[in-house]
Design a protein around this ligand. Sequence first.
Ligand code: FPP
Length: 264
Amino acid sequence: MSDAHPDNQPDANAKVPRHVAIIMDGNGRWAERRHMPRFAGHKAGVDAVRRVVEVAGKRGIEVLTLFAFSSENWRRPKKEVGLLMDLFMVALEREVRRLNKNNVRLRIIGNIAGFSEKLQKRIHKAQQLTAGNTGLVLVVAANYGGRWDITQAARQLARRVEAGEIRADDIDAEMMDSCMCLHDLPEPDLFIRSGGEMRISNFLLWQLAYCEMYFTDILWPDFNEGVIDDALESFSRRQRRFGRTGQQVEQGGKAGGAEGDDDA
Ligand code: FPP
């Protein structure tokens, strides 16, 4: 783990996660069960986002990362992708004012260049508007993929090697980490996936290395305060060892340190 960001090292004994990362799955099924178009599920999903942001703030979570659109979601029917883009545009316009009022800092991660000019502009405007806020950091992963993130970090370092600034042998996990999206935020402590599937689906592959996992069958539009609280309760009962023994963890301390780097 990095010595450069000591405040960002996970605390093995923390009872409330600093950073929660969520895959919001099940919108389509939620709608289909009601004989509604899939898009109605995505719309109801925005209401669930609003609820979760509010609860996260109340529970003292510092960072909430939501997987809104993966690099692979472009493979969906063209009509659904178009409707999802429209929904992002509307949500950005409508929700950003509310987020700003609630002191939330919005950040979008992913390959933003893949979106329309109009959407890119709206993303920049929303980030600028909320940049000075000091409350919850809301990270929305859009056109994001964990493999894309690792690849762009590798490319940044390769360029520095090409320019003669560093040697290939200088590259270590800490240097890679400094090039990843989210490098300046605490790493995720708790991962939640709704909708019953138990996989990571190319989400934060690098950042989830030591994250606690929580899966629920609840479909995303039904996600509410109770589900978050169940996940937080489950998290509070776990012992995070980061490769150390249970006894060492009970003696307290942060995850990093001389003895433990990026093994186990
Ligand atoms: C997965 O459900 C959900 C998505 C691909 C889109 C998520 C988008 C939102 C919740 C709305 C926008 C969010 C923000 C932050 C503005 P699915 O369609 O894969 O559901 P299924 O597995 O039931 O088919």
